[in-house]
Design a protein around this ligand. Structure first.
Ligand code: UT7
Length: 326
């Protein structure tokens, strides 16, 4: 059987650090509230002149270097993002240009914080269908440019970054074993960016109403997130006749420490099985899982044959899991 196997991981985190104490200077908030409610201590912010495609390309270069291959052998690039350089063309096309790749396929996937898992599942289908051999799957976001820095309910959560993997078609038992994607559009209004799409095109009135910024009803998101993240992880285990004990590393979307802990408890995981780095990077939406995966990989936390579960939830609502045998 042909499987999609990860042969390289990479990530790029912007240099500028924004701590909770920095937020205290312009927002009615404080470090203690943020740490208690979210577990976040700091997040990274892209530099002026640094765009989503730049972050994505840097992460991709690292993943290619680890894989030991050149960009020219990539057949497909998929970027999971909701903060692309432009509404269109796809950020994947800009990455293709920056990497100097001629030919192949490039497109973005819009699934908010589930963007990387959606992109990975899509890439896996291309590989298993035999239509491509090597794929770059990237999650990249510059959320700092769409969050409302006057809204303390949401802006404290988010940060910028990118993570990437190179997938290769290989025969054998290692690679992406199964993916499980879901969506429920009845929740779209709980987490979205109001302007400026076709429903609310660009206007100065829209700017006054702060339309271009992220809107979120955090409490409602929280409840559905915990239920969906745990249900889909259990679905992935059951589909493979595995139990929570069989997971060597569980990498959830880094939304909020309380969400992650409640999810892990509902699944029945111990602390050491769960990767949490939300304290240092905040919620980087589609980038959070590949950043965490790259950190774990480079730290030697994953060995060949390990069962790794990636678990995502985001606007839409969308959610999904990918079960990998490393
Ligand atoms: O990838 C998915 C993206 N979204 C999420 O992951 C969001 C999920 N939700 C959450 O993480 C949490 O709901 C939040 C962290 C956003 C909020 O935590 P909460 O425990 O649900 O707090 P809350 O919204 O119920 O607010 C409690 C209080 C309120 O004050 P009152 O009405 O009790 O007086 C808020 O006004 O905390 C206040 N508050 C703040 N205080 C200081 C809200 N934000 C802040 C803040 N600093 N930044």
């Amino acid at each position: 059987m042909i499987r999609a196997r990860i042969i390289g991981t990479g990530s790029y985190i912007p240099e500028r650090v924004l701590t909770n104490f920095d937020l205290e200077k312009f927002l009615d908030t404080n470090d203690e509230w943020i740490v208690t409610r979210t577990g976040i201590r700091e997040r990274r912010i892209a530099a002026d002149g640094e765009f989503t495609s730049d972050l994505a390309t840097k992460a991709a270069r690292q993943a290619l270097a680890m894989a030991g291959i050149g960009p020219e052998s990539i057949d497909l690039i998929i970027v999971g993002t909701i903060t692309g350089d432009f509404p269109w063309p796809a950020t994947a096309c800009l990455v293709q240009q920056q990497l100097g790749i001629k030919g192949g396929i490039a497109f973005d996937v819009s699934a908010a914080c589930s963007g990387f898992v959606y992109a990975l599942a899509t890439a896996t289908s291309f590989i298993e269908a035999g239509s491509v051999k090597r794929v770059l799957v990237i999650g990249a976001e510059v959320l700092s440019r769409v969050v409302d820095w006057e809204d303390r309910n949401s802006c404290i959560l988010f940060g910028d970054g990118a993570g990437a993997v190179v997938l290769e078609a290989q025969s054998g038992e290692n690679g992406v074993i199964s993916t499980h994607l879901h969506a429920d559009g009845s929740y779209w209004e709980l987490l979205y960016q109001k302007g400026f799409g076709s429903r609310h095109p660009a206007s100065s009135k829209g700017l006054d109403e702060r339309m271009p910024f992220l809107k979120m009803q955090g409490n409602e998101v929280f409840k559905v997130a915990v239920r969906s993240l745990s249900d889909v992880a259990l679905e992935a285990l059951e589909a493979n006749n595995l139990t929570p004990r069989d997971i060597n590393l569980f990498i959830p979307h880094q939304a909020n420490r309380r969400i992650l802990e409640a999810t892990a408890k509902r699944i029945g995981l111990d602390d050491e099985q769960v990767l949490i780095n939300v304290d240092r990077f905040g919620n980087t939406s589609g980038a959070s899982i590949p950043i965490a995966l790259d950190e774990a990989n480079r730290a030697g936390r994953i060995k060949a044959g390990d069962v790794v579960v990636l678990d995502a939830f985001g606007g839409g609502f969308t959610w999904g899991a990918a079960l990998l045998r490393w």
